[in-house]
Design a protein around this ligand. Sequence first.
Ligand code: CP
Length: 329
Amino acid sequence: MEKLKPLFNLDDLKAPVLSGNGLTGKDILSVGQFDKYTLDYIFTRAKEMQNMVEKVGGVDLLKGKVLACMFYEPSTRTSSSFIAAMERLGGSVIPITQGVQFSSVSKGETLADSIKVLEQYADVIVLRHPEIGSAQVAADSASVPVLNAGDGPGEHPTQALLDLFTIKEELGSLDGLTVSMVGDLRYGRTVHSLTKLLLKYNVKLRFVSPEILRLPLTVMNQVIDAGVDVRETHDVSDVIGNTDVLYVTRVQKERFTDLQQYEEVKDFYVITPEIMEKAKEKMVVMHPLPRVGEIDPAIDSDPRAAYFRQARNGMYIRMALLAGVLGRA
Ligand code: CP
């Protein structure tokens, strides 16, 4: 593999080194776009971003560039980490994060028209939208890069990248691990995206959910086709002792049409200190957040609880992606 030139000379941050890359001008819509080489490239750049932020807080790599941050569904982490990423790289943000009722969509404007207008002002667009395929619709309308920040129960590719980066940072490798996903595997788009990325590595996958929240067949068929060692169960205690990454998810109330069904499964799993006693000494608990009860806050102080470090890694990954698609990495 070609050795990357460093993005920044950490001893002389006033003059960051720039070099070419394969992300320039690209949309980021699905994890299917990434091969292992590109993943390694992004993780190397994200690590450089981390080192730079820890040393000087920010640089002017994207000075003069503008990000339109369009969130048609609620978000804390994805929206604010994209905004922080742009600002730490010296760029500016148009924040459309107050909900669709405050944009002209409430007057009947189509997504395609909103995108065509925003690209008049911005160099890159980040979109979260409740409908599967909306990011593709936006990308088809836009001449600037579009980054999918979650399209309904479809995909959340930048989250999957930060999840994978976190596993690598925490455990040192992406191979030889047993990854157990727990909770809402049906609607949890982060689970779908992360599972697809993990198929590129030598992993064992364990899926833990109530019957009605099992992983969709479309994703499970990809797992089976990849020949990965996979098992499904309803019981966390079946997997906890052999797990390296416990990836816990929230039951997504907003995706249920039958709220009675939601009530029946919402408290199905709670990761407690008692469960953690059965876990390996070297493993991590991750969660894309927000959590609504599925991880007992009593384990926040456990060094294996990686979910807040995971959220921070989102900023570094998004810095690397923004610099990449804007041709500055
Ligand atoms: N993980 C995640 O997507 O969080 P937000 O919904 O807060 O963006």
